[in-house]
Design a protein around this ligand. Structure first.
Ligand SMILES: Cc1cc2nc3c(=O)[nH]c(=O)nc-3n(C[C@H](O)[C@H](O)[C@H](O)COP(=O)(O)OP(=O)(O)OC[C@H]3O[C@@H](n4cnc5c(N)ncnc54)[C@H](O)[C@@H]3O)c2cc1C
Length: 360
């Protein structure tokens, strides 16, 4: 007799695959995570969880629900996440007023703050502009620790993980995906979830499914530990920056990195880090000019910049996106529900713009 419990193979144990594995296991599936041990975007992420950046109203709603989903997840798990908020002056003048108006219209908690309030909120700032935006509800996760916490919770609930093994292709039985071939043999599955970050395109292509992705490399720097000087994420005109609990300052080297659409990095890592810290000097001199580490990582960016979440063909579900830290908790909830029980009105409404079929 066929096992009534669905066996789900999740390809990729980054933040997205781990969140889906956890939620699918909680819904009663039997989950196997398969991970190649390749470099992960999740480990290099800046870790900012926000909905103040978005590309469409549906994208805003999904990101906004992403913040709520972390609240729900935090009730069950001790997550490495703080709700420190963000102070932004990426925009000025009319542009700032427009962004404030749009976000207020969407019901997002945003406050216009003057220079005195900004100095109050972040006393280490020097030479900050006259006005900024305060996003009190935004959060920060320590990305690598978050992936570990999600993976450990999935395993504690009965999921299994196979690590150091790469999926080489999807297995077809008739017109249905029925498992994966790996560097260590075949694994059969009722459903395969492709959450392999930048490698999702190649894994899906093995079954003739198109998920075009853009090259979006990025550097992210870390300083040596510094005395405490920042209370929240700062989105400055020179870049986004935050300080970890251990004092280390973290900063993607490109300014406005969420909007960064460069297909190649022009500077060498050291030059890019020097330039980013020089820009930071203008507002946060205490940060210093020394960096301890620069990491190159690749953002998993579908060709239109929007997330891909949904059934891609019979037996296979795709979940690949940039802003995956922001979207992991909500993706875990919605994808697990669709995989285990089928789409609901809520998931259909929330994910309509993000289905993989738009690239077919
Ligand atoms: C510098 C930088 C800063 C960022 N900052 C933010 C931010 O502040 N906020 C935010 O929301 N997002 C941010 N992002 C984006 C975010 O980090 C990613 O969207 C997210 O980490 C993607 O997670 P993932 O699980 O899809 O992919 P990954 O973390 O890349 O994980 C993919 C996994 O798949 C595995 N894998 C790959 N190929 C195979 C295979 N063939 N078989 C088996 N396993 C395989 C890999 O080993 C890996 O573990 C940032 C990204 C970068 C690079």
């Amino acid at each position: 007799m066929r096992d009534l419990v669905q066996h789900i193979v999740v390809v990729g144990a980054g933040v997205i695959g781990s969140a889906i594995a956890l939620k699918a296991q909680e819904r009663g599936a039997r989950v196997t995570l398969v991970d190649a041990g390749a470099a992960r975007a999740s480990d290099a992420s800046f870790g900012w969880i926000n909905a103040s950046f978005y590309l469409s109203e549906d994208h805003f709603r999904l990101r906004s629900e992403g913040l709520e989903a972390y609240r729900r997840l935090s009730r069950d798990l001790d997550l490495p996440l703080t709700r420190a908020g963000c102070l932004s002056w990426e925009f000025a003048g009319e542009e700032l007023a427009r962004v404030h108006g749009e976000l207020t219209g969407l019901g997002y908690p945003v406050e216009r703050v003057d220079a005195a309030r900004m100095a109050d909120l972040e006393p280490a700032l020097q030479g900050a502009p006259e006005e900024g935006l305060l996003f009190q509800t935004e959060a920060v996760a320590e990305p690598a620790a978050l992936v570990r916490a999600l993976g450990a919770a999935a395993l504690a609930r009965g999921a299994r993980a196979i690590r150091g093994v790469a999926v080489t292709g999807l297995v077809m039985s008739g017109d249905r995906v029925s498992g994966v071939d790996t560097t260590a043999g075949r694994i059969e599955a009722d459903m395969v979830v492709v959450a392999a970050g930048t490698a999702s395109e190649a894994v899906l292509r093995s079954a003739g499914i198109a998920l075009p992705m853009l090259p979006r490399p990025a550097y992210i720097l870390e300083t040596p530990p510094r005395p405490r000087m920042l209370n929240r994420v700062l989105a400055t005109t020179g870049g986004e920056v935050r300080q970890r609990a251990d004092g280390v300052i973290v900063m993607p080297t490109s300014a406005a990195h969420q909007r960064d659409d460069a297909a190649a990095l022009e500077d060498a890592p050291g030059e890019a880090a020097d330039a980013a810290l020089a820009r930071l000097q203008e507002v946060l001199p205490q940060a210093g000019r020394d960096w301890a580490q620069v990491r190159l990582a690749h953002r998993p960016m579908p060709a239109d910049g929007l997330p891909v979440i949904g059934a891609a063909a019979p037996g296979v579900y795709a979940a690949t996106m940039h802003s995956g830290l922001t979207l992991a908790a909500i993706t875990g909830e919605l994808a697990a529900q669709e995989i285990c029980e089928g789409p609901s009105n809520t998931s259909t409404a929330m994910l309509a713009q993000f289905r993989p079929q738009r690239f077919a």
